[in-house]
Design a protein around this ligand. Structure first.
Ligand code: ATP
Length: 297
């Protein structure tokens, strides 16, 4: 994420979406979560979140424009603040302005990214001196995908999302992300996974891929376990996949539990071709993979 300190009591953060380049859902754990094997890649589609210290112990959230999002205690920004307030006995609160650009419930981790940004902002504004592991631990209590957003933007993720192993992947390619106008709940996604789930197979993803060609070869051999489930029950997703491939994508896959599909292009995508292959009601975002350096990113 990209952090800008605006003043002593305010900070502005650009916090990215992620795509799951691949995703295997493994066994169900005793705590009810599933183990996963996934590669997460941050992409240049950002929510902008501005945080200002408030002298009351509460989180006041304002949206820059209308979005299908709760602004009360159900918002992951508020949940992250409350987790921190309770842990550190904070006397202060947050006024938060959210410019939501990442499609909601799209499989792009937008809520988790906002929660991670909130933890980062609290760390800065309230001098909490949390290191990356400390922020990740707090984040995990808010959501399984949150720890990834404290990484450098490229990671093999295992466990329920809590094991984030930094990896190095190429970034010299382009992506088109297409989100249809409906969401798919996690419950629906997991219910659809009828086949027997496998046990964890560690160390599968620890290679370093040298170039886009090798990455594409690897991706062709990997999978997203939710994709075939959702393609079978939502025909519109098949049209999105076909559209991305027709527009010149070298590779196409669903991200997370969907419904967003991403296309990978080794050259800059031709936007007029993409437009021709898209329906008006689909949300189209152009992005590139991004990495972040520096402490606490
Ligand atoms: P994941 O890929 O981690 O499963 P997602 O991208 O599919 O997540 P999100 O956009 O993170 O989904 O939203 C998941 C749910 O969280 C939605 O039902 C949404 O209403 C709720 N939510 C709460 N706070 C936020 C937020 N700040 N941004 C987005 N969604 C939020």
């Amino acid at each position: 994420m990209l952090v800008e300190r605006i003043s002593e009591d305010s900070v502005s953060i650009l916090t990215p979406a992620k795509v799951n380049l691949c995703l295997e859902v493994l066994n169900r754990r005793e705590d009810g979560y599933h183990n996963i094997n996934s590669i997460f890649q941050a992409v240049s589609l950002y929510d902008r979140v501005v945080f200002r210290v408030l002298h009351q112990k509460e989180c006041r959230l304002e949206l820059a424009r209308e979005a299908d999002l709760p602004v009360d205690g159900r918002n992951l920004i508020t949940k992250a603040y409350v987790a921190i307030r309770d842990r550190f006995d904070l006397e202060s609160g947050l006024e938060v302005y959210l410019e939501k650009n990442i499609p909601v419930a799209g499989g792009l981790g937008g809520g988790s990214s906002d929660a991670a940004a909130t933890i980062r902002a609290c760390n800065i504004l309230f001098d909490l001196h949390l290191d990356r592991a400390g922020m990740s631990e707090l984040g995990l209590a808010v959501g399984s995908d949150v720890p990834f957003f404290f990484s450098g933007g490229q990671a093999a993720v295992t466990g329920r999302g809590d094991h984030v192993h930094p990896i190095s992947l190429p970034t010299d390619y382009w992506m088109v992300l297409i989100t249809p106008p409906f969401g798919i709940s996690s419950a629906e996604s997991y219910a659809g996974l009828k086949r027997g789930l496998t046990m964890p197979a560690p160390d599968r993803y620890f290679s370093i891929y040298q170039g886009v060609e090798q990455l594409l070869e690897f991706l062709a051999r990997s999978r997203n376990d939710f994709e075939s489930v959702h393609l079978a029950s939502h025909p519109e997703l098949g049209r999105i996949k076909d559209g991305l491939l027709a527009s010149g994508a070298n590779f196409c896959r669903m991200s997370g539990s969907g419904p967003t599909f991403f296309g990978i292009y080794s050259g800059e995508p031709d936007r007029s071709k993409v437009r021709l292959c898209c329906q008006d009601c689909w949300q189209v975002n152009y992005a590139q993979p991004v990495c972040f350096g520096g402490k606490g990113n």
